[in-house]
Design a protein around this ligand. Structure first.
Ligand code: DP6
Length: 383
């Protein structure tokens, strides 16, 4: 018997993946770029066991047994076994390929709430299977077949998923492009407005956008490719201000094509727009003071929860601003409201207090998750 337990992180795209050129192989219409988050606060954990005594393959998700019929899990499993059998033919290892597998997966954050749970989940599944079957080499193209965004969670730091040109998808994989500390001391604040299941899942939303949105044709043909080039340049030059503007612009474009779909896919709520406008007001102040490196940016996945990338120097200030603008209803206490890394001080300048008060009542947040960017998956235990 062999057992491995692994943890894999969430990733948040700054240039979004939205739309597939091949639904079965999960091949995207454009390249995307993401930051992998730290394993400290949000992760998927997966235990994989293989044993000659198991009589069938089995799968548990968040403590509940689920069917293994799911084609996405099957694709990942088949591809790992195919690669393992190739190694075996090359003369390695004992005969483990006929053993059945038991997989036990859990997220420590809400599943399917637009908090990138499928990305962490499939990256973890593939990484753990890879460990147990001794599969080496690129795992991102296998994770991609579970959920597109999962291919980027296989690596740490800043990651680019190349859409590829080939019909069989062999050139569609993710590669790291810069380490986690590329923009030093970067923080992430996730503003959770709603952690319930989203109405239109990403897969269905993307399909609708590709089939019905004319604005999407503009995004694919004229816009997102140029933005990828500008983003690569901003990253290379460590130009934080440009990074922020491009991240915001791409999130807004993704939600514009969602709204242009028929029927429209609406993911952002009044609270989402209130958070976005607070960030713009905050950035105006930083720009007026010439502090471009203190700008903050937001991005939204297929849900109402803003993900903010925040320079460490202003993280406490940003947390204080959010706390004052969106005060928790009960109990009114920062400890419950701010999960993850605790801020040292919570104080605001008069100028920021007045912005908070101006925007108060414009939305409601349930809680914040304060975390960092980080490294890729890792093995927790092995026997
Ligand atoms: C909005 O990876 O969940 O988070 O490939 O159909 O499983 P499938 O979709 P998924 O899409 C996530 C899209 C996004 C943007 C992004 O992460 O790039």
């Amino acid at each position: 018997m062999r057992t491995v337990t692994c943890a894999a992180p969430v990733n948040i795209a700054v240039i979004k993946y939205w739309g597939k050129r091949d639904e079965r192989l999960i091949l995207p219409v454009n390249d995307s770029i993401s930051f992998t988050l730290s394993l400290d606060e949000m992760y998927s954990k997966t235990t994989v066991s293989i044993s000659p005594t198991f009589t069938e393959d089995k799968f548990w998700l968040n403590g509940k047994e689920e069917s293994l019929e799911n084609p996405r899990i099957q694709n990942c499993l088949k591809e790992i076994r195919r690669r393992a059998s190739k190694r075996k033919l090359e003369g390695s290892d004992e005969d483990v390929l006929n053993w059945h597998v038991h997989i036990c997966s859990a997220n420590n954050f809400p599943t399917a709430a637009g908090l990138a749970s499928s990305a962490a989940g499939y990256a973890c599944l593939v990484y753990a299977l890879g460990q147990v079957y001794g599969v080496e080499g690129d795992l991102s193209s296998i994770a991609r077949q579970g959920s597109g965004s999962a291919c980027r969670s296989v690596h740490g730091g800043l990651v680019r998923w190349y859409k590829g040109e080939m019909e069989d998808g062999t050139d569609s994989f993710a590669r790291p492009i810069a380490p986690a500390n590329h923009f030093p001391n970067l923080r992430v604040i996730i503003c959770v407005a709603n952690d319930g299941r989203k109405k239109t899942g990403s897969t269905e939303g993307m399909r609708r956008t590709v089939q019905t949105s004319r604005l999407m044709q503009y995004r694919i043909r004229e816009s997102v490719g140029l933005r990828i080039d500008s983003m690569m340049q901003a990253i290379k030059e460590k130009n934080w201000s440009a990074f922020c503007d491009l991240t915001i612009a791409d999130s807004n474009e993704m939600h514009a094509v969602c709204q242009d779909s028929f029927p429209p896919c609406i993911y952002m709520s009044d609270t989402s727009h209130a958070v976005a406008s607070l960030v713009h007001q905050y950035n105006e102040i930083q720009i007026s003071k010439g502090n471009l490196n203190n700008k903050v940016c937001y991005t939204f996945d297929a849900g109402p929860n803003a993900c903010l990338f925040v320079p460490g120097a202003v993280a406490n200030e940003m947390l204080s601003l959010l706390l004052r603008t969106f005060p928790p209803s009960s109990p009114p206490n920062a400890d419950n409201f701010i999960r993850g890394m605790k801020p040292q001080t919570l104080s605001l300048s008069k100028e920021l207090e007045s912005i908070a008060d101006e925007n108060a009542q414009s939305g409601r947040l349930k809680y914040l998750i304060h975390t960092k960017v980080g490294e890729g998956p890792r093995v927790l235990t092995e026997d």
